[in-house]
Design a binder for this molecule. Structure first.
Ligand SMILES: O=C(O)CCC(=O)C(=O)O
Length: 291
């Protein structure tokens, strides 16, 4: 019988304060691993320094001025921005893709045979006209659509995202990411009380500037309205196993590959041969020796 929401308990806090790395891992702690398994996500507080927050805010603000069209069509400065394949925009976004505060946990969770599937640079401005039940981004699981891969109602884990947040979403309804903890472990939708705007158990992942969240693709997530006075700004990076195709690109331009070190070039699709995607242990897989 497939799991359903009644079999899920939310036992683990999604933000850990313990720092002891699990044996054989680069950085993952027991609490992070347990939260990832139980809840499908965890939070890393203070992943970026103040200087890095400034640096990346300046890049987002440059994007706000320069990017005239995005996935939603034409845009003006100050409007919402959803830039896909963000690594193309600036070399420092390629650097953020392997930032040492959160990327080692991706290696620990997924192993070294991985690549980049997607990278986003996002601005979500105040949205006072959006009703709570309408959402800015509706409830969904990430992955191919229509969804072809479920077995007995359970979908496979395909990829994992890091979100680095540059602005404050600590107050409720400031456009934070919302998740349903544990929803990666069952198919279908969780219960929702009539009249409530969210499924039972919804958790708003409130962030301070510089915090990071790691979550996997099957976790139900959404974005509510931003009733604060400031635009939410953040980056997302999605990492999939190398035998899966990326979402955002077929091949990266040579000029973008050239921004990366050998690890970043692996993530962006560089391979010595086609076999490398299926036999990473027998061919070239720089991330296996990540230091
Ligand atoms: O946090 C957001 O703005 C949206 C995240 C999301 O829906 C996604 O990454 O698929």
């Amino acid at each position: 019988m497939p799991y359903d929401w009644r079999m899920i308990t939310q036992a683990i806090e999604p933000t850990s304060t313990k720092t002891e790395t699990l044996p054989g891992c680069h950085a993952l702690t027991a609490e992070q691993k347990a939260s990832f398994e139980n809840n499908g996500f965890f939070v890393i507080r203070g992943a970026l320094s103040d200087a890095e927050i400034e640096r990346y805010l300046a890049i987002v603000d440059r994007g706000d001025q320069e990017i005239a069209s995005h996935v939603k069509g034409a845009r003006q400065p100050g409007e919402a921005l959803e830039l896909r394949n963000a690594v193309e925009f600036d070399q420092s976004i390629v650097e953020l893709m392997t930032h040492r505060s959160a990327f080692p946990q991706i290696l620990d969770l997924m192993g070294p045979a991985i690549g980049l599937t997607t990278s986003h640079m996002l601005i979500r401005p105040p949205s006072p006209a959006v009703k709570r039940e309408e959402k800015v981004v509706g409830w969904h699981r990430d992955g191919p659509n229509p969804r072809p891969l479920a077995v007995n109602g359970i979908e496979p884990w395909l990829y994992t995202k890091i979100g680095y947040f540059l602005t404050d979403t600590m107050i409720p309804d400031a456009g934070a990411l919302s998740v349903v903890p544990g929803s990666h472990r069952y198919g279908g939708t969780p219960p929702q009380v009539t009249g409530e705007v969210n499924p039972s158990g919804t958790y708003e992942v409130t962030m301070k500037p510089g915090d990071a969240v790691i979550f996997e693709n099957r976790v139900l997530h959404a974005v509510g309205p931003n009733y604060s006075a400031i635009s939410r700004k953040n980056f997302y990076f999605g990492y999939c196993w190398r035998y899966l195709r990326p979402i955002d690109f077929t091949t990266q331009p040579e000029s973008v590959l050239a921004w990366g070190d050998k690890y970043q070039r692996q993530l962006m699709g560089e391979a010595a041969s086609a076999l490398e995607f299926y036999l990473p242990g027998q061919t070239h897989n720089p991330l296996a020796d990540w230091k």
